[in-house]
Design a protein around this ligand. Sequence first.
Ligand SMILES: NC(=O)c1ccc[n+]([C@@H]2O[C@H](COP(=O)([O-])OP(=O)(O)OC[C@H]3O[C@@H](n4cnc5c(N)ncnc54)[C@H](OP(=O)(O)O)[C@@H]3O)[C@@H](O)[C@H]2O)c1
Length: 344
Amino acid sequence: MSDDVLVYGAYGHTGRFVVAELLRRGLVPILSGRDATALEDLRHRFPGQRVRVAATDDGAALRSAAHGVAAVVNCAGPFLDTALPVAAAAVSAGAHYLDCSAEQAAVQQLYRAYAEPDSHADVVVLPAMAFYGGLADLLATAAVAGWSAADEVTIAIGLDRWWPTEGTRTTGRRNTATRLIVEDGRLAPVSGEAPIRAWNFPEPLGQRSITRAPFSEIITLARHISATSIQTYLATNALDDIRDPTTPAPQAADASGRSAQCFTVDVVARRGQEMRRTSASGQDIYAVTAPLLVEAVQRLLDGRATARGAAAPGETFDASDFLTALHTSHVMIEQDTPDGHRFA
Ligand SMILES: NC(=O)c1ccc[n+]([C@@H]2O[C@H](COP(=O)([O-])OP(=O)(O)OC[C@H]3O[C@@H](n4cnc5c(N)ncnc54)[C@H](OP(=O)(O)O)[C@@H]3O)[C@@H](O)[C@H]2O)c1
């Protein structure tokens, strides 16, 4: 099978991390997006790589870009604008589709479009395989392993700061759909004022104020986890950062291009009196999206996916095994569950 992976939006901030991670793992990126000049500039940074130009409103060009590849990784957001056309091109080329959407409505669009497996029986359509979305989905899946249902799944995301990219800002403006949470066992729009509470993250974050901020993980988890309540909270200092138009974009703080930003995603699952906690800590939410996406690509290509068609990360992969593979110097995973491990 081909090792070619089309990276759509390759010259964006996240796309560049994904291209570098694919090369690091011996896969073959093909640089794609709508701007031919930006793609040529990127080729100077990654010499020898192929380039395929296609705009999202040109289905023929997108299909031709996806021709012969094993997977398409879409890093071009807002995904409300790009996910459906790029996924359609991937599926028609017989390639897996992955993206890094934090937008709930964009994930729902794909789940609806690929609900029937007929036209895409051999490929996986995997949105939200990213820091927001996939990471919490995998952590929650590991936390509830072996339970038929949970009473509560609480996701708390701590950031020491959030330096947003232009893509994040544009996506925030585009993403005006009412946010959803899981309440009484089903998806429901948030209502009332967002509560503010305190959460104890591991150091260096420590105790932070958090408030309700549901991202795409609510949609992915609602597909495959039975829980009365699933809620996501985000540190209020991070929300203050992205609401401030003067907060700068991320700057590289090391040779890999990562910024100095620290994160922790804590997941606490409760069934009756029983509590389980899983968490992931690391540096730079954009950079860490690359190993998440590329680990998923590698598992799709070598046959370690258990789902076909539109799917959530935790129903596609063995969550605990995936998290173990991520546990590198870049991400520290802690699983405090009976059949999990606690990494030092
Ligand atoms: N879920 C997560 O944790 C997570 C993590 C990382 C990124 N993201 C999301 O990924 C997206 C990209 O983020 P980024 O940080 O890489 O931003 P960025 O550096 O600003 O890059 C945005 C990329 O998207 C492309 N793009 C935007 N709209 C497009 C359209 N309609 N058609 C074709 N290409 C389009 C841009 O191309 P042009 O320059 O040609 O417009 C550019 O390549 C955002 O939606 C962001 O929220 C999510």
